[in-house]
Design a protein around this ligand. Structure first.
Ligand code: GDP
Length: 532
């Protein structure tokens, strides 16, 4: 019978990555690790894994043994040729100079059972340890984002932490059988886009929650557009499957209309039915998150230069300014100097997301920091400095970079180069658009016309099409993707217009469809005919 790839990998005790490499080597096609493979192929793979196991461990049958190679040994000694011509080498224990830092950061070290397939020349990259995935939950209002986060927090955060006053710090860490998963605790795409709009990327995976009794709604489509624009892998959680009127099949067919094809329909979209109320399916969802993370091969060096991003900041009446920072690279220590924006502070105290005092924090750890004098903004990038003097220097550098950037932006505005207009020679240019209209009918009519406007040289990419006036989220999406927002029979609010102005995003409103189409024509021409 057919077997799913990850099931087979688990059964044989090999890494999913390695399993895919073996399949590639055999020329077997698959969509993802949850695709199924034929029985004949399964037999073949079992043989290969057996032979390799023998080659790596010198006859040992425990796959775990493969990783327990002496660090001093040259990787060559643990290599075994794989059919594809790549080379299998056991992931070495951290080299002497690469000892894990004590405490929490240790978790980020490679799991001992890990055996990775790689080109020999890439061996150096292998030394950077894996890190936990950072996940964001997005979706339409009332579809169950908060409930899902609550359920995971209730069941997956150590009792001691969850039991106390669950203080909201903007992120929490769930402990699962597959390791740590960090959740951004502000549901909805506002947090996601605000952070991204400031040039930072925090989330590695986006969970799009869709209620099984409601299917795709405007904010679902927005959330999907945001995840796609950020190129963040998506997992669909069809929620509320406990309801009698739940219709998960409808959700799946509706998704295919957006060209998002669930795996069981032959696509590569992972769709997991869940109930945030009963908890059904949540375990599967967490597994799929770990699986996706593994395939994304997320790594960060706890020994490297520190960098992080502000998740949120607030003023506490007693404590003062508190900021939650996600450690992305390196390790934070109490006493470190941090630079955020053009301010700096010294870490007086740090707590983890469960409220426990900690002295240091490694990659993919959200920490609440006491020591800033000003409240930092979500999405601000954080750097560290050796001392106050170095911190001031970083700030001076940042201020000068910012002025240079502003100058450069002004210059770019004044004289668009030929390449700006044509794109790199010979390449297809893409015009990114966000469409807003009064009814679903007009949205579809406009999209229909636009689809026929594309040429060989210019692609029209409607990143998001929605009913109703454009939102702040649209502007943020447009600003990161350099898109123009076109409105038909709807107009932006004053607040949205203002944000669009500060972000340099064009928002144009039309009452007559053909005027809107003229604008699209102009955008297309602008992309093929240089204007001097
Ligand atoms: P959010 O706006 O997406 O954060 O949605 P909430 O988590 O606030 O949920 C909206 C409503 O749906 C609440 O009344 C929840 O109790 C309910 N709800 C959430 N998840 C489920 C579920 O799995 N099953 C059922 N029956 N109700 C749910």
């Amino acid at each position: 019978s057919k077997v799913r790839i990850y099931t087979l990998a688990k059964e044989l005790g090999v890494d999913n990555h390695k399993m895919l490499e073996i399949l590639d080597g055999l020329g077997v096609s698959y969509k993802s690790v949850s695709s199924t493979i034929e029985e004949d192929t399964v037999e073949l793979i079992k043989q290969i894994v057996e032979e390799e196991g023998a080659a790596v461990t010198g006859g040992g049958s425990e796959p775990d043994q493969a990783a327990r190679t002496e660090p001093e040994q040259a990787p060559v000694e643990v290599q075994a040729a794989v059919q594809s011509g790549t080379v299998l080498s056991g992931t070495l224990e951290p080299a002497p100079g690469q000892l894990p830092v004590e405490g929490r950061a240790t978790e980020a070290q490679p799991r001992p059972s890990e055996v990775a397939v790689q080109e020999v020349s890439a061996a150096a990259a292998q030394e950077i340890p894996h890190r936990a995935p950072v996940v964001t939950i997005m979706g339409h209002v009332d579809h169950g984002k908060t409930s899902l986060l609550d359920y995971i927090r209730k069941t997956k955060v150590a009792a001691k932490e969850a039991g106390g006053i669950t203080q909201h710090v903007g992120a929490f860490e769930a402990k699962t059988s597959k390791g740590r998963i960090v959740f951004i605790d502000t549901p909805g795409h506002e947090a996601f886009t605000t952070i991204r709009a400031r040039g930072a990327n925090v989330a590695d995976i986006a969970i799009i929650v869709i209620a099984a009794d409601d299917s795709l709604m405007p904010q679902t489509r927005e959330a999907i557009a945001h995840a796609q624009a950020a190129k963040v892998p998506m997992i669909i959680a069809i929620n509320k499957i406990d309801l009698a009127q739940a219709d998960p099949e409808k959700v799946k067919t509706d998704l295919t209309q957006l060209n998002l094809v669930p795996e069981e329909y032959g696509g590569d979209l992972i769709v997991v039915p869940v109930s945030a109320r009963s908890g059904e399916g949540v375990e599967d969802l967490l597994e799929y998150i770990s699986l996706t993370a593994e395939l994304e091969d997320l790594r960060a060096d706890p020994k490297g230069q520190f960098s992080g991003v502000v998740i949120e900041g607030k003023v506490d009446k007693q404590a003062g300014v508190l900021a939650t920072v996600m450690v992305q690279e390196g390790t934070l220590h109490v006493g470190d100097f941090l630079v955020v924006g053009e301010n700096y502070g010294k870490i007086k105290a740090m707590t983890d997301s469960g409220g426990a005092r900690i002295k240091e924090a490694g990659p993919s750890t959200p920490v609440q920091i006491l020591g800033f004098s000003d409240v930092p903004t979500s999405g601000d990038k954080v750097q560290s400095a050796k001392n106050e003097h170095a911190a001031r220097e970083v700030i001076a550098q940042r201020a000068s970079d910012r002025r240079d950037e502003e100058d450069a932006r002004q210059r770019r505005k004044a004289q668009r180069s030929l390449e700006d207009i044509l794109g790199p020679l010979g390449q297809v240019r893409t015009v990114n658009l966000i469409l807003r209209a009064d009814t679903q009918g007009s949205v579809e009519a406009i999209q229909g016309i636009l689809a026929r406007k594309e040429t060989d040289d210019v692609k029209l990419n409607v990143m998001f099409a929605g009913i109703g006036a454009p939102t702040e989220g649209d502007v943020l999406l447009a600003s990161t993707a350099e898109a123009e927002i076109l409105c038909f029979s709807v107009t932006p609010s004053g607040a949205v217009t203002k944000i669009a102005e500060t972000k340099g995003v064009e928002v144009k409103s039309y009452r007559i469809i053909y005027e809107l189409i003229d604008e699209v024509d102009r955008l297309i021409k602008g992309n093929i005919e240089p204007v001097f």
